[in-house]
Design a binder for this molecule. Structure first.
Ligand code: SF4
Ligand code: SF4
Length: 135
C-alpha cells in the first residue's frame, strides 16, 4: 500500500462534484482530508492524504485529471525550526492556507503542519532561515 498527499484545485464548475466520495467508493482508497477551502465563485482547494495500491492511485489520478481537477503531488514537507524563529511574522502574510498564525495575545507564531500545502512561499519570506524544505 502507498500513501500520498495531493493538492487538488477545483474550477468553479466542479465545486459540487463528489470527488472524495468517488475516490473512496470507486477506487477503494483510504482518504484523509487535510485541508479544504471552498468559496462559491472561487477555485476550491482540497489537500488529501490517500492510501491505496499503486494501480488504485494511478486510476484515481486519471479520474481526477480527466474530470479537470488540478492535481499536485506533495512530495516535500516544510519544517519549521521553532528555536530559530524570532516570531517576526514575515511568513504569515505569505501563507495562503493560514498554516502560520500569530497569537494575538502572546505575539508568538505557530505552525500547523496539517494546513501546509508545501507551496514554499514562506521559505524565501523568512529572513532567519527558520523554515526549511524536507525531501
Ligand atoms: S509552504 Fe509555507 S506558505 Fe506554503 S502553505 Fe506551507 S506554511 Fe504556508
Ligand atoms: S518569517 Fe521566519 S522568523 Fe519570522 S515568524 Fe516566520 S518562521 Fe519565524
Amino acid at each position: 500500500m502507498l500513501k500520498k498527499r495531493y493538492v487538488l484545485t477545483f474550477p468553479t464548475n466542479l465545486l459540487h462534484e463528489p470527488t472524495t466520495y468517488h475516490l473512496i467508493k470507486d477506487y477503494d482508497l483510504v482518504v484523509n482530508i487535510l485541508r479544504a477551502r471552498v468559496n462559491p465563485n472561487e477555485e476550491g482547494l482540497l489537500v488529501l492524504e490517500v492510501e491505496g495500491t499503486k494501480s488504485q492511485l494511478e486510476s484515481a489520478v486519471k479520474y481526477l485529471q480527466d474530470l479537470g481537477v488540478g492535481l499536485q503531488l506533495l512530495a516535500r514537507d516544510i519544517k519549521w525550526n521553532e528555536k530559530v524563529c524570532t516570531h517576526c511574522t514575515a511568513c504569515i502574510a505569505m501563507c495562503p492556507t493560514n498554516a502560520f498564525k500569530v497569537d494575538k495575545k502572546t505575539r508568538k507564531v505557530t505552525f500547523d503542519k496539517n494546513k501546509c500545502i508545501a507551496c514554499e512561499l514562506c521559505v524565501k519570506a523568512c529572513p532567519y532561515g527558520a523554515i526549511e524544505i524536507e525531501f
